[in-house]
Design a protein around this ligand. Structure first.
Ligand code: SF4
Length: 337
């Protein structure tokens, strides 16, 4: 389905890490961290990208930002000038010029901020790189700081004077400084105390609504993205196995792995908590995945065909993509939002 106003198109993206052995470091195999992933994000949309740790979601985010080079595929970004650019083809200099269009909100607000820079310098760094100086720089930093709820009287302090939640606000202000077309938020609340997580999620949501931001929002569980994401993509062993509008995916999942992830989403009233589906076995090894459907050793609905044939990600209902041979037949349990 063609989407309007697409900001980001990811096409058949792969990132394979070679496994080298012996003195001559011969390549004996590959870890398929991202394996033929395609999706789009429209302007002002929030796409949640969810999966267990090691499923490839962070590697995918890093390929999109060109923090690492993908093995193959395309990452096409629409710029502020309304050009479309395949960033996988840019050299370092061209990439530097494009950095302002895409920003990252890091997972760990403790290690991602330089302890030797003041908050004014940290938030102002991307503006400085764009040639903003003096009073103009200071006033833009103050504006960004108040936008994210920081005390503008504390900008000459160093990061160690701030709590985890305040540091994440600093990181968000810095990410906003260049007015980016796309923000990749990589587990932005998972390193924070539970009591602070909701505040930062609310802030990200408020900013998205106020400024019309576009996020790729990476998280390891579905409870984090339920209120912020317009659509959710679920990843398993380097592949997207289900992608749908958030409400559809939560109420009417069509992949057994999504059903299992949903059963772990905490309900406000514990009496309404359905029994959690405990998946047997380990997450498949991306260096040596199982035959057929990668999920078949853990899937309670698996049939003979699942061991032999790899299911394609296909559109089973408008806008609802699933990689399961039996997506139309299975009656899976969802959860209400
Ligand atoms: Fe389960 Fe088979 Fe569907 Fe894979 S294809 S999710 S093993 S039912």
């Amino acid at each position: 389905m063609e989407r309007d106003d697409v900001i980001l198109q990811v096409k058949s993206l792969k990132k394979y890490f070679p496994i080298e052995k012996g003195l001559l470091r011969r390549t004996v195999g590959h870890i398929k961290a991202v394996d033929d992933v395609s999706f789009e994000i429209s302007k002002g949309e929030v796409l949640g990208l969810v999966g267990e740790s090691g499923c490839g979601k962070t590697t995918l985010g890093r390929c999109i930002l060109r923090a690492i080079d993908p093995t193959s595929g395309q990452v096409i970004l629409r710029t502020h000038e309304d050009d479309t650019v395949d960033i996988t083809r840019l050299d370092k200099k061209q990439m530097r010029a494009l950095r302002k269009e895409m920003q990252l909100v890091f997972q760990d607000p403790f290690s991602s901020l330089s302890p030797r820079m003041t908050v004014l310098d940290i938030i102002g760094e991307p503006l400085w790189a764009q040639g903003v100086r003096g009073k103009a720089l200071e006033s833009q930093v103050k504006e960004l700081a108040s936008l994210v709820g920081l005390n503008t009287g504390h900008l000459n302090r160093y990061p160690n004077a701030f709590s985890g939640g305040q540091r994440q606000r600093i990181g968000i202000a810095r990410a906003l400084a260049t007015n980016p077309n796309l923000i990749v938020a990589d587990e932005p609340v998972s390193a924070l105390d539970v009591s602070i997580q909701a505040q930062i999620l609310n802030l990200l949501q408020d900013l998205q609504e106020k400024l019309g931001l576009t996020y790729l929002f990476i998280a390891h569980d579905l409870s984090v993205v339920e209120h912020i994401a317009d659509r959710v993509a679920v990843m398993y062993v380097g592949k997207i196995i289900e992608l749908a509008e958030t409400e559809t995916l939560y109420l009417n999942p069509k992949h057994p792995y999504t059903e299992a992830l949903l059963s772990a989403v905490p309900k406000p009233d514990p009496r309404l908590q359905e029994a959690q589906i405990i998946l047997s076995g380990e997450v498949a090894n991306p260096a040596d995945p199982p035959s057929g459907c990668y999920f078949h050793p853990r899937c309670k609905y698996a049939k003979d065909r699942c061991e032999q044939e790899t299911p394609e990600l296909r559109e089973v209902l408008p806008g609802h993509f699933v990689s399961c041979h039996f997506a139309e037949e299975l009656e899976l349990e969802g959860v209400s939002l």
